[in-house]
Structures are given as structure tokens and as C-alpha cells.
Design a protein around this ligand. Sequence first.
Ligand SMILES: [Zn+2]
Length: 280
Amino acid sequence: MKSAEVIYDAWVWRRSCGGARLVTARPLLTSQGLTSRIMAHFRHPATPLGDAEDFIIEMPGEKIEYRPLHEDTGLFHALATMERSPDGCVAFASRYGLLGGEITRAVRWNGQDALGEPLRLWYRQVNALWIALDLWMQLSEDNQEALRRRIEWKTEAVVMNGIEVIPGAIEGCDRGDITGPAWRYLRHMLDKELQHRMAVRAVIDGSSGRPTVHLEPSSLAGALWLQLALAVAEDKNYRACAFCGRWIEITPGLANVNRKYCSDACRMRAYRSRLKAKKG
Ligand SMILES: [Zn+2]
């Protein structure tokens, strides 16, 4: 009997049609000094405010739902490789929504309460995702030279990225081997990032009308780490759309291996711009 399933395709995230913007704002704090998105809804008049900093905030507007794990299976690529700048973060948040989870704060800006996320925590997420993606690329290409720059055998242990030694990272690895420790380091990163970003939920099954158990991301950040973890586990390949740059999944051996565009719309637009260039 099927008792639990992982929900990928149906998982929904929301973005505001008002987009996002960068503001300097003060987070609302709970009495314990912790920030909480609940504060946005149950605001105490004497809400203490934290120090002002740069936030990506969601602007008011109708919420648009989309299914990142179905519509954009290469979205983690877009976040990991995006321009590390306020403009880059605002563009991403406007198109896909806030990253969500533990980095979301209730903030006060212009006398209004809004949901926002510190810019510095966006940069941290982008960097972490980039390090993991880059390491996976180097492992996929068996780029020993690049891996050797990150991983070094010392007398007693393995040093990774100059400082970190992951417990158990060298167990079962031959002395001097760098591929084994690198895979273990990637596993450690994925595990650390996914642990607190996945939720187990009991939901009513549409066909049986009875409760069933689902595993799903609890935030967009969780969904992107899940995408990367699945891509690593299933050894997936990606390519950027030749027209709009959106990352698309390609499956070796299947018809889409030569796919250049993310959609028929992009294929047509590319065709029209080629025609235009010819005429021009
Ligand atoms: Zn495209």
C-alpha cells in the first residue's frame, strides 16, 4: 500500500503581481527578539523594531500561483548563476516570489507592514547554491584539476574549500582520492540545506477521500535545493534556452536532447528575429 509520496509537480508557490523591490526597512521583532512572519498578521501596537537594513520586499498585489517544480525544473540554475546585485535579486523575486522559509521577516516600511527578506541572506543563498552547483558540474565532468583546488589530503584528514572537514567524509575513500570526498561534501551540503526546508504533511487524497502523507518543500528555497538534489541523484542535464536563457532539462537518449528552446513561443520568436535580421 502506498503510504507516502513526494509531491513535486503539484507544489505551488506564489509571487505578487506587484513585483518586488529593494528598500531599507526595519524588521518587526517578537518579545523574544525573534522575527516572525506572524507579526505581519497579529501586530501588537508596541511592536519593537530591529535595526534597519536592506530588504527585498514583496509589493502589494494579487498573488499569482505557479508550480516551480513542474514549470521550471532548472530554476535552481537561474538562482545560482544570477547576477549578485540588488537588481538581480529584485528581478528574480519579481518573477518567482520571495525565497521564503526562515529568512522571511515582517518588516515596516513607509509606515506599512510587509513581508521582506534581508538582501545579505539572499546573497548567502545564491552563494551556497552556486558552490553546490559548481561542485556538481566539476564532478560530472570529472574535472580533477578543479576538484584538486578545492580538496586536499592532509596527514590525518581531508580539507575542503580551504577550511572545512566534513565528519565521515573520507570514510571508505582511498588515500589521495578526491572524487569520493567531493561527492561526500556535496551530499553534506544538500543534506544540510534540505533538512529544515522540507515538510511532511497529512492531506486528504482526492480519489480515496482519506488522509495521505506528502513530503513537500516548505519554501521556494527548499524547492530549489530539492531540484538540485534530484538533478544530482538522477544525473540530469540542463541547457539554457537559446532565446530567453531559461534553463531547461534535457534527457540523454530522448528526443529533447537537441532541444534549443524552452517553449514553442521562444522557438517562434527566435525564428522571427532571424527573419528580421535577414531582411534588415
Ligand atoms: Zn525560452
